[in-house]
Write a protein that binds this ligand. Structure first.
Ligand SMILES: [Zn+2]
Length: 136
C-alpha cells in the first residue's frame, strides 16, 4: 500500500530530479580533479543541461537510471505498483530527453550522457569523460 500522497510524491520527485544528485556531484568532482572548468544548469543552452563547457560547445547530462529509464539497466525496472502514475511519468521523462537532444543537435552542441550506474568506477568514468571532452 502506498501511503505517500500524490502531492508529497511529486515534491519528492522534483527534489530528486533537479540539482545536485549524488551521481552528478561525483561527476563534477571528478571533472574538477581532472582540471576541467564548466558551468552548471546554463539557462541559455537548450534543455538547461547539468554540466556545460561553453567554449567547446559540449555538455554532459548525468542521468538517474530509473528516472530516465536507462535502456536494459537493472536500475531502470518499471515499478510494479502505481503503474498508472509511474508509466506516463517515466514516458514523459524519456520524451523530454529526446526533445532536448534534438534541440541540442540542431543548435550544434554535442552532448554526452553519463548514467548513474556508470559513476561508481572512477577510472572508467575518467577515461570516458576525457575521451569525450578532448575529441574535436
Ligand atoms: Zn543504468
Amino acid at each position: 500500500v502506498d501511503t505517500i500522497s500524490k502531492r508529497k510524491r511529486s515534491e519528492v520527485m522534483r527534489s530528486i530530479r533537479k540539482t545536485d544528485t549524488r551521481p552528478e556531484v561525483a561527476v563534477r568532482r571528478l571533472l574538477h580533479a581532472m582540471g576541467y572548468r564548466f558551468r552548471l544548469y546554463a539557462k541559455e543552452v537548450p534543455g538547461r543541461p547539468d554540466i556545460v563547457f561553453r567554449s567547446r560547445r559540449k555538455e554532459i547530462f548525468v542521468n538517474g537510471c530509473f528516472w530516465h529509464q536507462h535502456c536494459g539497466c537493472v536500475f531502470a525496472r518499471e515499478p510494479k505498483s502505481n503503474r498508472s502514475y509511474w508509466i506516463p511519468k517515466l514516458e514523459g521523462n524519456r520524451r523530454r530527453d529526446r526533445r532536448v537532444r534534438r534541440m541540442l543537435t540542431t543548435a550544434k552542441w554535442s552532448h554526452l550522457t553519463i548514467w548513474e550506474c556508470q559513476t561508481g568506477r572512477a577510472k572508467n568514468l575518467e577515461r570516458k569523460l576525457r575521451g569525450y571532452l578532448e575529441r574535436l
